[in-house]
Design a protein around this ligand. Structure first.
Ligand SMILES: [Fe+2]
Length: 450
């Protein structure tokens, strides 16, 4: 080999070797030595072949022989030992050097490390296989479509490019008929189903999901739409018919149970009031007032409901108070009042045995507590009293004051408001009293208590 060729091959950054027809190595370049980690002498003395993976040696040698005989280019992939002992895939491009004056041909081989490409291709193939099997086996319908536009560019239809086997089972058309068809042709509808939604996704690239009832199939579907590229969109459709039907049944059952629950609460409320004919309707009106106050205070719906139910039952503990005390037409003695003061605790004990979704027992227990600590049964004050109980307390007292009693006439609403704003201003939550004032001003208080 001329010194120029030698210099050129030695500086090629890819491993190069030159073999003669008998398989002796004549030359390896620096890149080859760097790859295998061998010394030049080792390579020249059959080390070059030992670096070829044992399973690939025979094929490799055979290919070289054929190349020498036929002078055809060689292109083969085999495993070559890397300097760290691992094998890497190389693609060798070989060419016969038949220089003038050479007694026999030699082969020049240039290797390219294709391990990363090979690994990438394998990963890609495995990934594609996994996705394909997922696509084929999944219970949801997966479909790929392309928008069809009219001459003005307006989306009017879409063509079905591909569907998975679930399409046949759920939508009912053979795949062979679906693929390639337009939606309007396949479904036989004037407009392609959901064209406006699909067009928006295909144009903006913004994914979207919606539930729909499709009358021709009498099925409910949840459809997720996304766009892999402009004017193309894919849909993943789940049949949620059973789930929707169960949801409706659940809602019906809930409504029935809710009605039953309300009836039971009302019945309990009436039982309590039957024992005390002078305060008939007190809990019902307190509940309406407490609910109206809670609405003005923007209490969330769930808490508002807990206040309403607690108000309907807030005097349930009266069932343990002797009826001669409850029905006493005149003022109570101190001893009798001490007995009456046990009704929040008695109510708590009754209600805490029932698993309500709200803290009703706590609210009832605290409905006679006062902000300044003057209430009962515990003498709680400030924020240690639940907000629901603060609202109920105002509604309870306002209703009682505005109602007639055998031993006193009903107080007018101005007197009621004066009581809260002046006489007992430290006992009640100012925000709740302010809401009561608003109800007084807009006439609602009069209507509720009237
Ligand atoms: Fe009470």
């Amino acid at each position: 080999m001329s010194p120029e060729f030698h210099y050129a091959f030695d500086n090629i950054p890819l491993p190069v070797l030159i073999l003669d027809a008998k398989g002796h190595c004549e030359f390896v370049n620096r890149a080859r030595l760097d790859f295998t980690g061998r010394r030049m002498q080792d390579e020249l003395e059959w080390g070059w072949l030992e670096d070829v993976h044992p399973e690939d040696r025979a094929t490799y040698v055979n290919s070289c022989r054929i190349a020498c005989r036929t002078a055809a280019p060689v292109r083969m992939e085999y495993r070559l030992r890397y300097r760290d002992g691992s094998y890497r895939s190389v693609l060798e491009s070989g060419r016969v050097l038949d220089e003038e004056g050479d007694p026999e041909p030699r082969i020049l081989g240039v290797c390219t490390d294709v391990t990363d490409v090979r690994n990438f291709m394998e990963a890609l193939t495995n990934s594609e296989r996994r996705f394909r099997s997922l696509y084929e086996c999944m219970s949801e319908v997966v479909a790929l479509h392309r928008l069809i536009r009219d001459e003005r560019g307006v989306p009017v239809d879409y063509r079905i490019l591909d569907v998975n086997p679930a399409f046949e089972r759920i939508i009912g058309f053979p795949r062979s008929r679906a693929i390639g068809s337009t939606a309007s042709d396949l479904y036989g509808t004037g407009d392609a189903p959901y064209i406006s939604v699909y067009a928006q996704v295909a144009e903006t690239g913004q994914s979207f999901a919606f539930d729909t009832y499709y009358p021709p199939l009498r099925k409910h579907f949840r459809i997720s739409v996304f766009s892999p590229e402009h004017d193309t969109f894919a849909t993943v459709t789940s049949d949620i018919t059973l789930w929707k039907e169960a949801e409706v049944r659940l809602a019906e059952n809930y409504a029935r149970l809710r009605g039953l629950f309300d009836s039971i609460v009302t019945a309990f409320s009436c039982i309590v009031e039957k024992r005390d004919p002078y305060t008939g309707g007190h809990q019902r009106r307190s509940a309406a007032l407490a609910e109206a106050i809670a609405a003005l205070l923007r209490v969330d719906d769930d808490t508002k409901e807990s206040i309403r139910i607690a108000a309907l039952l807030h005097d349930i503990g009266n069932v343990e108070i002797p009826s001669q005390i409850l029905n006493k037409p005149g003022p109570l003695s101190e001893a009798e009042f001490e007995i009456v003061k046990t009704h929040p605790t008695a109510g708590f004990e009754i209600l805490s045995g029932i698993e309500f979704p709200w803290p009703l027992a706590e609210i009832v227990l605290q409905h006679h507590e006062r902000l300044d600590g003057s209430g009962y049964p515990t003498g709680l004050s400030g924020d240690s009293i639940r907000r629901e109980a603060k609202i109920l307390a105002v509604a309870d007292v306002a209703e009682a004051m505005a109602s007639h009693r055998p031993y006193r006439p009903a107080h007018d609403l101005d007197t009621v408001m004066r009581y809260f704003r002046e006489t007992a201003r430290d006992a009640f939550d100012p925000a709740v009293v302010s809401a009561l004032g608003e109800l007084r001003d807009n006439g609602l208080l009069g209507r509720i208590l009237g």
